[in-house]
Design a protein around this ligand. Structure first.
Ligand code: 13P
Length: 235
């Protein structure tokens, strides 16, 4: 199974996502994609659509670990269920760094949504300072980000997204991706996605890299042409 996912972050409006989704479904129909390909998109909360497309799924970028309640600014399980959504990104570096989500908080989210049977895109990734300290530091750091997470959860997908490669236009090298993923593969059998400046030009070689089961795409997923070019590269 190859997984191609688009994380729209705080980009695209509800109307733009609706147009994107319609086009995506129609392009994927024409592409006659195989059952070995999974395509997921993660729009912002105001742009969530009912999850009933033929060839891809809609997921959420974030949600609070409660059915509903007094959690100003958040959405809970009820709001996702209304859209038939059962996929969630947890642990993205932007949530960890910009919004102060610590491992304990992330654990609570993971447990709640695993209990609800969600497919969880669990993100990990190191800052440049850790990468520069070498392999052991990297392994320790990524291990810490997996603390408390049930890595045997059957609907777990791990996305390795080095922070220094996100939104920079400079993806990790194939050697860095392979060595990090092969290290992760020693302790989990979850699918391993790479994220960080994936684009239509580098997608094929990244997808052909050993231990890479797919990609989580940010900026290059915002445009239907470049996102579908990345999907084509998986063929
Ligand atoms: P970019 O593809 O824009 O580097 O973003 C990657 C990412 O953060 C996906 O979750």
């Amino acid at each position: 199974m190859t997984i191609i996912a688009g994380n729209f972050k705080a980009n695209l409006t509800r109307i733009q996502v609706a147009t994107f989704a319609k086009e995506l479904d129609s392009i994927l129909t024409d592409m006659q994609t195989s059952s070995h390909l999974q395509v997921d998109i993660f729009p912002s909360h105001t742009a969530l659509l009912t999850n009933n497309f033929k060839h891809f799924h809609i997921g959420a970028q974030n949600a609070y670990f409660a059915q509903n309640g007094g959690f100003t600014g958040e959405i809970g399980l009820s709001q996702l269920q209304e859209f038939n959504i059962n996929r969630l990104i947890i642990g993205h570096s932007e949530r960890r760094t910009l919004f102060g989500e610590n491992q304990d908080f992330i654990n609570k989210k993971f447990r709640f949504y695993a209990e609800a049977g969600f497919e969880i895109y669990y993100c990990i990734g190191e800052p440049l300072s850790v990468r520069q300290k070498g392999k052991n530091a990297l392994k320790d750091f990524l291990g810490t980000q997996l603390n408390g997470i049930d890595i045997t959860y059957p609907k777990l997908i791990i996305a390795y997204e080095p922070i220094w490669a996100i939104g920079t236009g400079e993806s990790a090298t194939l050697e860095q991706i392979e060595s990090t993923h092969s290290m992760l593969a020693t302790f989990t059998s979850a699918p391993l996605l790479y994220g960080g400046s994936v684009n239509p030009t580098n997608a094929r070689e990244i997808l052909c890299t050993p231990y890479v089961n797919g990609v989580l795409v940010g900026s290059a997923s915002l445009n239907i042409q470049s996102f579908t070019d990345i999907i084509r590269a998986s063929k």
